[in-house]
Design a protein around this ligand. Structure first.
Ligand SMILES: CC(C)(COP(=O)(O)OP(=O)(O)OC[C@H]1O[C@@H](n2cnc3c(N)ncnc32)[C@H](O)[C@@H]1OP(=O)(O)O)[C@@H](O)C(=O)NCCC(=O)NCCSC(=O)Cc1ccccc1
Length: 144
């Protein structure tokens, strides 16, 4: 556990590595666990979808971007640093809508190998344990 990154270091990685619009998602660390971590994406106007027939929900596109982001953060937490990696696959199932509000991402690192890592991300409304969306991500380490 002693070589793991803390919350401040993980949030600094978002600024260092992510594109400006991803930084604007405002993702913050909530909890760091044994094999993963919990994050919150605040209910800002940037991620709420007021328009159209299914308005009043959190944007699904924002949830996918959040899943990708919290995955590389969880890997960096466990690795104690950002090991240069790229996303090679990400699959998302939207099982029930997320009403407007803060969004919780619960990430588990399922594998963390020499070349590949796999994450599972359960997404819930704040205050609910009912999973609304679940993603799995596969990441390729590309450092020498
Ligand atoms: C490298 C690999 C994963 C595996 O390659 P392999 O299967 O072993 O095959 P191969 O080696 O043949 O290469 C195939 C092609 O790739 C090219 N290339 C290879 N290496 C490099 C390189 N270092 N730099 C540049 N290009 C490189 C290579 O020239 C070739 O191109 P060509 O055919 O000549 O035109 C490749 O599939 C890939 O780059 N996929 C895109 C991944 C991606 O963009 N994901 C989304 C990004 S979002 C994200 O990551 C989220 C995130 C945010 C923040 C933090 C963390 C995550």
């Amino acid at each position: 556990m002693e070589n793991r990154l803390d919350a401040a270091a993980l949030e600094a990685l978002i600024v260092e590595i992510c594109a400006p619009w991803v930084q604007e998602l405002g993702i913050e660390v909530l909890d760091l666990g044994e094999n993963g971590a919990r994050f919150v994406m605040p209910a800002t106007e940037k991620i709420l979808r007021h328009r159209g027939p299914n308005g009043g929900l959190v944007s699904g596109q924002a949830l996918m971007a959040g899943s990708d982001t919290v995955s590389f953060l969880a890997l960096s937490y466990l690795n104690g640093r950002f090991r240069n990696c790229v996303t090679v696959d990400m699959a998302t199932n939207f099982m029930r809508p997320l009403p407007e509000g803060n969004v919780i991402f619960d990430v588990k690192v399922l594998s963390n190998g020499k070349r590949l890592a796999t994450t599972r991300i359960d997404i819930m409304a704040e205050g609910s344990e009912k999973v609304a969306t679940t993603s799995t991500g596969v990441f390729a380490y590309i450092e020498e």
